[in-house]
Design a protein around this ligand. Structure first.
Ligand code: PLP
Length: 455
């Protein structure tokens, strides 16, 4: 029998990756990538770098949607995984436990706010939020779940029911009943919903990922206070903002919040192994896991598995050892400082905002009307951001993203290991690209029309 070799399997199909993906997985997605010229052949990745088949470096400011905070293929996380495999750890006994889940649970609690006492592991961010919703209902004996408009919590049915973006929810209804949404940054609307004292939890991102919307001063503290007053659990979704992204280990530290539930995932395993966690206050745990009979009220076969736990332990260690949380704060401040002048420089730039290395630039109609903004917006709302994301990639070899459906907002979530030079390179490329997009050369218009044809 021939030896099993990944290297040979990959080599045998070199150059056919996109066809292969289209054949058995998602041909529509491959069509999109080909239309916008993102069908690059990738050969390897390291830190904040992706290398294509020609060995050319692309600066990865997308970071796998924020799952590579410690850098892609971080050698120390890889070594921990290799060590776990070599140790033949007795994970997932199911009717028994090994050391690694308890060790990671302990490390997470050490970094969590005082209000948090227990950890429930999951295999994704969506699942962590599903757990928050389920456990929050059981612990309070209340049915309703509140979330924020434009909020994003994952795409499984419970998390989707809390989603505040129609483009994700329409076509998949009916969603779970008694879920409702209130505008983000609106304490009056929140209180109006909480007054009935039938809301189990208010699930909210400290900084909304879609559009990178920052909380107004006092909003999160006020929301926590209102939740306390009406007996609702205050649940923070830190799946995107956690693990150093905003310049704190958890974003909640900036406002001294003491939530009842906190969810994390994405970078917790350094991007190697699916993992998530729902951190909860003692009263949530005690309200659900309240007897021997109820000791396994929620869980999932693979959570917690030893490889995810090993990667998680190594990731927390790496964040500390390399000072990545402070680095995120410093480089985020630098990025903001270098890009804020763009608001004055370009009429089409309406706002630049961010917290740590969660950063966005918002475009809008220029006052002078020099740019045919209305024409572009008519083709597809938010298209201008795409007109910047595409040349950033094709001409400057920088990977970024549009921050949400129909949003003229470009966003980055770089690995926290990016360098000062990477940030400077991005700002320079961004400035050139906006200047170019503003003039809308014919090729860009053609691209805009083609891209808009994608359905
Ligand atoms: N919550 C937030 C704030 C997210 O940004 C995401 C993913 O982008 C999720 C939840 C869902 O996480 P996952 O994709 O691991 O299910």
């Amino acid at each position: 029998m021939p030896e099993f070799s990944l290297r040979e399997l990959i080599a045998a199909r070199a150059g056919r990756e996109y066809d292969l993906y289209a054949q058995s997985i998602n041909p529509q997605f491959v069509r999109v990538l080909r239309t916008i010229g993102f069908d690059r052949r990738w050969s390897r990745a390291e830190g904040a770098s992706l290398y294509d088949a020609d060995g050319k470096r692309v600066l990865d400011l997308l970071g796998g949607f924020g799952m590579f905070n410690v850098g892609r293929n971080n050698p120390r996380i890889r070594a921990a995984l290799e060590e776990a495999l070599a140790l033949e750890t007795p994970g997932s006994v199911q009717l028994g436990v090994s050391a690694l889940p308890g060790l990671l649970g302990e490390e997470l609690l050490r970094r969590a706010p005082r209000s948090i006492a227990r950890v429930l592991f999951t295999s994704s961010g969506a699942e962590a939020n599903e757990a928050a919703i389920k456990l929050g209902r059981a612990a309070t004996g209340r049915p309703r779940v509140l979330s924020a408009e434009r909020g994003f919590h994952g795409l499984t049915l419970g998390a989707l029911s809390a989603n505040g973006n129609a483009e994700f929810t329409e076509r998949f209804g009916p969603l779970l009943p008694v879920f409702a949404r209130v505008p983000f940054n609106d304490l009056g609307a929140l209180e109006a919903e909480l007054r009935g004292e039938d809301v189990a939890l208010f699930l909210v991102e400290p900084v909304q990922g879609k559009g990178v919307v920052l909380p107004e001063p006092g909003y999160l503290e006020g929301a926590q206070e209102l939740c306390r007053r009406y007996g609702t659990l205050f649940a923070l979704d830190e799946v995107q903002t956690g693990l150093g992204r905003t310049g704190r280990f958890l974003a909640l530290e900036r406002w001294g919040l003491e939530p009842d539930l906190v969810t994390v995932a994405k970078s917790l395993s350094g991007g190697f192994v699916p993992v998530g966690a729902c951190l909860m206050a003692r009263r949530v745990y005690d309200g659900v896991f309240d007897s021997l009979e109820n000791s396994v009220s929620h869980g999932s076969t693979f959570a917690p598995n030893d490889l995810a736990m090993a990667a998680g332990l190594a990731t927390l260690h790496e964040l500390d050892e390399e000072g990545l949380v402070a680095r995120s704060a410093r480089l985020g401040a630098k990025l903001l400082e270098l890009t804020q002048p763009l608001v004055d420089e370009f009429e089409v730039v309406h706002d630049v905002r961010g917290l740590g290395l969660m950063w966005a630039i918002e475009f809008g109609e220029p006052r002078s009307g020099k740019l045919s903004w209305k024409m572009i917006e008519k083709v597809q709302p938010g298209l201008f951001a795409q007109l910047v994301v595409v040349p950033l990639f094709s001409e400057h070899r920088i990977l970024s993203q549009v921050a949400g459906h129909k949003l003229a907002v470009l966003k980055v979530l770089p690995p926290l290991v990016v360098t000062d030079e990477d940030i400077e390179q991005f700002v320079e490329a961004l400035t050139t690209t906006i200047a170019g997009a503003q003039h809308m050369p014919r090729s860009l218009t053609r691209f805009a029309l083609t891209a808009a044809g994608i359905r």
